[in-house]
Design a protein around this ligand. Structure first.
Ligand SMILES: Nc1nc2c(ncn2[C@@H]2O[C@H](COP(=O)(O)OP(=O)(O)OP(=O)(O)O)[C@@H](O)[C@H]2O)c(=O)[nH]1
Ligand SMILES: [Mg+2]
Length: 140
């Protein structure tokens, strides 16, 4: 399985997605530091929210095969700067989370991720499992 680093805002669903990918029970716990679980590297939302942590993200990505930019489709803000993906010399995918939510705006998420430079885009609900398999197949 390819190693993936998950990057996205606080509450965007990175840890829940990591739990879903690894078939773990969903337990809410705010991520405080970069944590590995099998082939998934989970990062705290603060790392993308503060430019001074960008370097920590870049260094952590050295160990990964794929970068996953995570955007919550109920989030009206796009945290990723345009062309953010190109600071990583690796394939970058976009992951749209929470597509089960009624107030979703998948189109907006897609634009956000594409503008950031993401290649493949996956639409996922970690809650009901929609789209999870496509991502797992991509990472296999
Ligand atoms: N409805 C729905 N809620 C989700 C989904 N994924 C995550 N959530 C909820 O969103 C909240 C935040 O999820 P986390 O996975 O902890 O978010 P995070 O990106 O790890 O946040 P930080 O660790 O703070 O950076 C939790 O209450 C989750 O239950 C989803 O696919 N659908
Ligand atoms: Mg987390």
């Amino acid at each position: 399985m390819k190693k993936i680093i998950l990057i996205g805002r606080t509450g965007s669903g990175k840890t829940t997605l990591m739990q879903a990918i690894n078939n773990l029970s969903k337990e809410y716990k705010k991520t405080q530091a970069i944590e590995y679980f099998d082939s998934v590297l989970d990062t705290p939302g603060e790392y993308i929210e503060n430019k001074r942590y960008y370097n920590a993200l870049i260094v952590s990505s050295y160990d990964c095969d794929v970068i996953g930019l995570v955007h919550d489709c109920t989030d009206e803000e796009c945290i990723f700067p345009p062309n953010f993906a190109f600071i990583f010399a690796k394939p970058v995918i976009g992951i749209i989370t929470k597509i089960d939510c009624a107030n979703r705006n998948i189109h907006w998420s897609e634009n956000c991720l594409k503008r950031a430079g993401a290649g493949n885009i996956f639409e996922i609900s970690a809650m009901n499992g929609t789209g999870l398999n496509e991502l797992k197949v991509f990472l296999a």
